[in-house]
Ligand binder design. Structure first.
Ligand SMILES: Cc1cc2nc3c(=O)[nH]c(=O)nc-3n(C[C@H](O)[C@H](O)[C@H](O)COP(=O)(O)OP(=O)(O)OC[C@H]3O[C@@H](n4cnc5c(N)ncnc54)[C@H](O)[C@@H]3O)c2cc1C
Length: 439
């Protein structure tokens, strides 16, 4: 079948026809798009099992239609949908099961959203560190990294994956872990979309009933000393502390607005960790702390359909501990007229426990992730020009905060030999290039 013939429900294998949503169906409006991009695919397939994912991939492989793989639909590139092609949407495969409370092993299907994962684990006193938004899907985040609220305490989401089930391009269903298909397991944790559709992850959760969450606002100086101090402080701080924030320009004044998360429920410990952060700026503008479960950060209130409502352009850069020069470059970006939104996240801590070669996400020496976004009418040209001061100081990037993936962004995310290994494994596990059509 070719694109020229078009695609209708009757072209699909009989087993998939009941799983298909096509233009004109009542569910099409809520399934056609992603969070950032409005799209018009020919068909959205909603498999309910690995066998059905395999059937969908075999069907797509026999056509030349564009293919998209979707878990939660929050990918910034919008490539989890397309115009005129096939979308394999895993949202019906969304189970979250505690396999063993003693070993804290949790089985999570790729179509679950992180808000549902947090809610399902809360009664067991368990947590998996995910991203900062509950509507983000498990599949897209856990195949790339997962830089979240508890990153310094427990690492990236991928760091605690113990096994995964992958449907390969030829329809084979493979369970992989450190002993079985270890190269596939390496690729799944950082470059999963290059090798297959990951349908299920076994993740070692952590036991954590209560966390501290502080909202902190500090004035940041224009020269960058505040940012440098923040980064130096976090690089040495106890691992219970992770901070994520935004650098906001308020006229000539800059405000660093941080959410500080402490992986500890003891009020004195929380106070001792967040109060020094509030003193890192020119002056403290606000400090408010509260206790709560992890689900407060990724509540089910985040859940919503993705309708292409958040059109945006995003790139990012990773840094070791900020210096005067790199902090100054970040301030220069934030100070431009019509500057991008600058988000800053602390990494380091447990993220850097792993060896660089342990997973396809290889950035294990960096301390800071800067995420830069513009919104219409600004586009990629304006964003690229605005962030130019950062590149002389950056050491790599995280592939998931990239709205316009190119060879250059691939090289930043998978530098040198890591990229060569990802490409070789993509060829080994997907020799016909099916998933290259989906990226
Ligand atoms: C509001 C918002 C907040 C975010 N916060 C964070 C954050 O705190 N930390 C963080 O690390 N990231 C964050 N991200 C980025 C996020 O990791 C990516 O956008 C991720 O791809 C979203 O996962 P998804 O399943 O919703 O994506 P989708 O849009 O469904 O998929 C995106 C891409 O991932 C691949 N993919 C999806 N599912 C699978 C699968 N099962 N197997 C193989 N490949 C697959 C496909 O190539 C697909 O095109 C955020 C994004 C948004 C929009």
């Amino acid at each position: 079948m070719t694109r020229r013939d078009g695609l209708s429900r009757t072209d699909l294998p009989v087993t998939l026809r009941d799983r298909a949503v096509v233009p004109g169906d009542s569910r099409y409006a809520s399934l056609r798009s992603t969070y950032t991009t409005q799209s018009s695919p020919a068909v959205v397939l909603l498999p309910e099992s690995e066998a059905e994912v395999a059937e969908a991939l075999r069907f797509a492989g026999g056509t030349d239609f564009r293919l998209s793989i979707r878990s939660g639909g929050h990918g910034l590139s919008g490539r989890s949908s397309n115009d005129g092609g096939i979308v394999v949407d895993l949202s019906a495969m969304n189970a979250v099961d505690v396999v063993d409370p003693d070993t804290r092993l949790v089985r999570v299907q790729a179509g679950a959203r992180w808000a549902r994962v947090a809610a399902a684990l809360e009664p067991h006193g368990l947590v998996i560190s995910s991203g900062d938004h509950g509507n983000v899907g498990v599949g897209g985040l856990a195949t790339a990294g997962g830089a979240g609220w508890l990153a310094r305490s427990y690492g990236l989401t991928i760091d605690r994956i113990r096994a995964a089930t992958v449907v390969l391009a030829d329809g084979r269903i493979v369970r992989t872990d450190a002993e079985h298909e270890p190269e596939l397991f390496w690729a799944v944790r950082g470059a999963g979309d290059a090798v297959g559709v990951v349908t299920e992850f076994e993740i070692e959760a952590v036991r954590l009933d209560t966390i501290g969450i502080a909202q902190i606002a500090i004035e940041a100086d224009r020269g960058g000393a505040t940012l440098r101090r923040w980064s130096e402080h976090l690089a040495e701080a106890p691992r219970e502390l992770t901070t994520n924030g935004m650098l906001l320009a308020n006229g000539p004044t800059f405000v660093l607005q941080l959410t500080a998360v402490v992986a500890d429920g003891e009020p004195d410990r929380i106070r001792s960790l967040v109060e020094p952060v509030a003193r890192l700026g020119v002056r403290t503008l606000a400090l408010e702390a509260q206790l709560g479960p992890y689900s407060m950060l990724v509540p089910t209130a985040h859940l919503h359909p993705n309708l292409g409502q958040q059109v945006s352009t995003t790139t990012n850069a990773l840094f070791p501990t900020l210096t005067d020069d790199s902090a100054g470059a970040l301030m220069e970006v934030a100070a431009q007229p019509g500057s991008p939104l600058v988000q800053l996240r602390s990494l380091g801590g447990a993220v850097n426990d792993l060896d660089r070669s342990a997973t396809a996400y290889s950035h294990r020496d960096q301390e800071v992730l800067a995420v830069l976004s513009t919104f219409p009418p600004a586009g990629i040209g304006q964003l690229s020009a605005a962030v130019r001061p950062l590149w002389p100081h950056a050491e790599g990037a995280y592939r998931n905060f990239e709205s316009h993936p190119t060879d250059a962004t691939f090289e930043r995310a998978f530098p040198g030999a890591v990229g060569a290994r990802v490409r070789a494994l993509a060829t080994r596990y997907d020799p016909t290039g099916l998933f290259a059509r989906a990226r």
